[in-house]
Ligand binder design. Structure first.
Ligand code: HEC
Length: 104
């Protein structure tokens, strides 16, 4: 991740080269990690990511992995593997990450 950021810095690669979903006008900058984001992750991600690939198990880990989460969930829609999130849930995750992934 660090390497990626350094490379992006040096070559001025636009992170937005990847396909973006439509803008979400309902994005609340105060979207809460505790009440909105954590339940989505607990229910849809931890069944696999607690044991198999232990990421997303704490706030710090989720925050540190936010770019990968955004890519997998919002852009590529690969995660949750074998399942799906509602468009509202995807919008919440995107909104929370884009507003700084606060511990709120
Ligand atoms: C059915 C099991 C399963 C579920 C449910 C699941 N994942 Fe994953 N996830 C995996 C596996 C296996 C990998 C590693 C292999 C791969 O990337 O396909 C992975 C990889 C990842 C990665 C790392 C990708 C990379 O850059 O290498 C992220 C981030 C991620 N998952 C996020 C999530 C999030 C967020 C959710 C919930 C919305 C979720 N996953 C739900 C199985 C799952």
């Amino acid at each position: 991740m660090l390497v990626l950021m350094l490379v992006a810095c040096e070559t001025h690669v636009q992170e937005n080269d990847v396909v973006e979903v439509e803008q979400d006008d309902n994005c609340d900058p105060e979207t809460s990690f505790i009440t909105s984001i954590k339940p989505i992750i607990d229910n849809n991600c931890l069944p696999c990511h607690r044991a198999q690939l232990p990421i997303l198990t704490s706030f710090e880990n989720i925050r540190d992995n936010r770019d990968d989460i955004r890519t997998q969930v919002v852009v590529l829609r690969r995660m949750p593997l074998g399942g799906s999130l509602s468009s509202d849930e995807i919008a919440l995750i995107r909104c929370w990450i884009d507003n700084g992934a606060q511990n709120n």
